[in-house]
Design a protein around this ligand. Structure first.
Ligand code: TRP
Length: 331
């Protein structure tokens, strides 16, 4: 079967407020794609349960917050289908069916499986559900037969598995699922305030909903080029944590002057930080305005999800009718 032309599918787990790393890594791409693609974007709440199974009540509270973050950032519910994974039960049915033919070795060898188990060593992730994380993800994707999946770099092994699972299904049951391609952003990575990967758990993130008063001290305490102890010491923007932020949020025509001022020590890191605060304020202003509007209407997120869930159910059920027929489970 050919992919539905110009359709993309992607999801995020509801684990807390989104930050600038999410925005530039994934969300910005989604927002651009909604203009000329049919976008199916969902809250992966079952995926959150693979690591939060011991405290499941945490997840529910993060679901509306994630949708609010998305729409405030610029996703338009009139242009894309925004929905919640657990409300489209067909994902679970396809997950079950695909699991039957998925070799354990594929899942055990998945690099994210080993890495995350190590990273979250305090949680017992020796579970059937966690091992099957990529199978559930394959179901989320294949059920909408998209051409591509816009994700962050970290999700590439999962997409590779999705394609392998599709190939195996097709080899057994006849050509049915198109193999989706990965779609990465062209933007350079945005590091956290301390230069490590931006992450809420490292305490080095700027959340999309942070107020300017919350942001200012974070920027002022950022590490710059450590060789610039004094303003008169020349620096190198390429090793400074601040510069990647300027590249993404300050007007492009100002960048050469910033670079020169740093290299020639004609302007200091404090000025550079003040300019970045201005850039951030300009960047976040429309996001905060949309957020305030959404927060003023308590039903808005519920309505967005209700509409999106219904559309997703319709699409997913259409695929499942075919899948059941192919497997002779169309009783
Ligand atoms: N695993 C993804 C993440 O953690 C979330 C996800 C679940 C997803 N299902 C998906 C992403 C399907 C893309 C497509 O970011």
């Amino acid at each position: 079967m050919t992919p539905v032309s110009k359709r993309i599918v992607s999801g995020m787990r509801p684990t807390g407020p989104l930050h600038l790393g999410h925005y530039f890594g994934v969300l910005k791409n989604w927002i651009a794609l909604q203009e000329d693609h049919q976008c199916f974007l969902f809250v992966a709440d079952w995926h959150a349960l693979t690591s939060e199974y011991a405290d499941p009540k945490k997840i529910k509270g993060f679901v509306p917050g994630l949708v609010l973050d998305w729409v405030a950032a610029g996703l338009n519910p009139d242009k894309c289908v925004i929905f919640q994974q657990s409300q489209v039960k067909a994902h679970a049915e396809l997950h079950l069916l695909l699991s039957m033919a998925t070799p354990l070795g594929w899942l055990e060898r998945c690099p994210t499986y080993k890495e995350i188990k190590q990273e979250l060593a305090l949680k017992d992730l020796n579970t059937y559900g966690f091992l099957g994380y990529p199978v559930l993800m394959a179901s989320d994707i294949l059920i909408y037969r998209p051409g591509a999946v816009p994700v962050g770099q970290d999700q590439l092994p999962h997409l590779e598995l999705t394609r392998e699972i599709a190939r195996r299904f097709n080899a057994i049951n006849g050509e049915f699922f198109p193999e989706p391609a990965a779609m990465l952003t062209a933007d350079p990575k945005l590091p956290g305030l301390d230069g490590r990967k931006m992450s809420k758990s490292y305490g080095n993130a700027i959340a999309l909903g942070d107020s300017l008063d919350q942001i200012k001290p974070k920027i002022m305490s950022m590490l710059t080029d450590i060789r610039r102890a004094r303003k008169s010491d020349p620096g190198d923007p390429e090793v400074c944590n601040l510069y990647p932020y300027h590249k993404l949020m300050t007007e492009a025509e100002r960048l050469p002057a910033i670079e020169e001022g740093c290299r020639k020590a004609t302007w200091g890191c404090v000025d550079c930080k003040k300019l970045l605060i201005e850039s951030l304020a300009r960047f976040l202003e429309p996001l905060h305005a949309r957020r305030a509007k959404l927060e003023a209407d308590p039903d808005s997120v519920r309505d967005i999800l209700a509409t999106g869930n219904a559309k997703a159910v319709q699409e997913a059920e259409a695929t499942m009718a075919e899948v059941r027929r192919l497997l002779n489970f169309d009783f």
